[in-house]
Design a protein around this ligand. Structure first.
Ligand code: SIN
Length: 276
């Protein structure tokens, strides 16, 4: 097995691995801890294999809003058909940050990929934080932020293309609001990192709306730097696992007229603690 870093900030691709081989799990797990995003190339697997691999990391967190595989309801479908315009996960986000105990990681397996495009881009939230100045770090360490599923998956989204095509469902279950530290101590690596994101974070707790907007905009601007990012290009069979406590991600929607079909499993995490 060959583990090759994708960038200086995060991500690694793993060549020559087989997720069904238990003896390789320790090295794969360590790569996940070290790089926050791992792309394991060329996995010819069944949904059962995908589930068995995910369960080695923890119990499965069944997403409430994504359409599920009929045969395996623990597996969410991430799909864009040829004639659809919107992709799932186009905005920068961190899966499940609207839960008070947010998911640890997500494991996406490529079943069908477009002939070009359809990459996924990731940001290292530890690297973003580490490169901030000491006074800004101290300021951010003292803040908490609210996250919600309501605006993203609730009634206001029922007219969206994703809802109308049945890819997103259960708007009535979008009732989660969660308060998390803006800077968390990562449960596995111990690194400090930012934990707010454009899709699910609604506002900073205890400050005015204008202040909240400016603080979030300052953080979000930093995250746009390519130096903190890694881009994963997919081939059929590739599997990418990312750590939701350490990264943002977004699906690049640049393949209109082509189908992209993925299976996603989300693994349970733990409550997050602030940096102090
Ligand atoms: C997601 O946001 O979970 C999906 C990412 C992707 O399809 O690349």
């Amino acid at each position: 097995m060959d583990i090759r870093p994708l960038t200086g900030s995060l991500g690694a691709e793993i060549i020559g691995a087989d997720i069904k081989n238990d003896q390789q799990f320790e090295a794969i797990y360590q790569a996940f801890v070290d790089h926050s995003v791992i792309t394991i190339r060329g996995q010819d697997i069944t949904p059962e294999d995908h589930l068995a691999f995910a369960r080695r990391f923890g119990s499965i967190n069944v997403n409430r809003f994504f359409k599920k595989l009929d045969t395996h309801p623990e597996i969410a479908i991430v799909l864009k058909e040829k004639d659809q315009k919107k992709a799932i996960g186009e905005r920068w986000h961190t899966d499940h940050s609207y839960d008070q105990v947010p998911a640890m990681g997500s494991i996406l397996h490529a079943i069908e990929v477009p002939p070009f495009g359809g990459d996924t881009v990731f940001v290292s939230m530890a690297r973003v934080f580490e490169n901030m100045s000491d006074p800004v770090k101290s300021f951010l360490r003292g803040l908490k932020a609210w996250h919600s599923s309501r605006h993203a998956f609730g009634a206001s989204q029922m007219q969206s293309e994703s809802s109308k095509t049945g890819r997103i469902e259960n708007a009535h279950l979008a009732t989660q609001d969660a308060l998390h530290p803006v800077v968390i101590r990562h449960p596995l690596s111990g690194r400090e990192g930012i934990y707010v994101n454009p899709d699910f974070t609604t506002h900073i707790d205890g400050v005015s709306e204008t202040e909240s907007q400016h603080i979030l905009a300052m953080i979000y601007d930093e995250c746009q730097k390519p130096e903190y990012q890694a881009r994963v290009s997919w081939s059929q069979g590739d599997m990418t696992m990312w750590d939701n406590r350490a990264t943002w991600h977004k699906a690049i929607n640049d393949y209109d007229g082509h189908r992209r079909y993925m299976h996603r499993i989300t693994v349970e995490g733990c409550a997050l603690s602030g940096a102090q």
